[in-house]
Design a binder for this molecule. Structure first.
Ligand SMILES: [Zn+2]
Length: 96
């Protein structure tokens, strides 16, 4: 499965490796990391919607778990993703 990573985070890692190579006097490896950083800067981006995070909230009224994002009723067991809105059930902000 593909996933999305932070371009800036990986560039920073490569920059750290490049610095380590320079400190060790390995200028060839430092140049390789510099080239990788340049490639990352030029790599095309994909369209991606920001992830929505929610959590299951127990509803005594419906006797079911309800998505904190869309209020869709789920059922007896919790699932990692809301099947109605696609929110990841790993937290989220909201009602306590
Ligand atoms: Zn939902």
């Amino acid at each position: 499965m593909d996933d999305l990573i932070s371009r800036e985070a990986i560039k920073q890692r490569f920059e750290n490796y490049r610095g380590d190579c320079e400190e060790a006097g390995d200028m060839l490896s430092a140049q390789v990391f510099a080239d990788c950083i340049a490639e990352l800067a030029d790599a095309p981006a994909v369209d991606a919607a920001p992830a929505v995070h929610g959590r299951w909230v127990w509803s005594p009224e419906y006797c079911k778990w309800i998505c904190s994002v869309c209020a869709g009723r789920e059922g007896e067991c919790e699932t990692p993703v809301c099947k109605w809105c696609g929110a990841r059930m790993d937290g989220g902000q909201g009602d306590g």
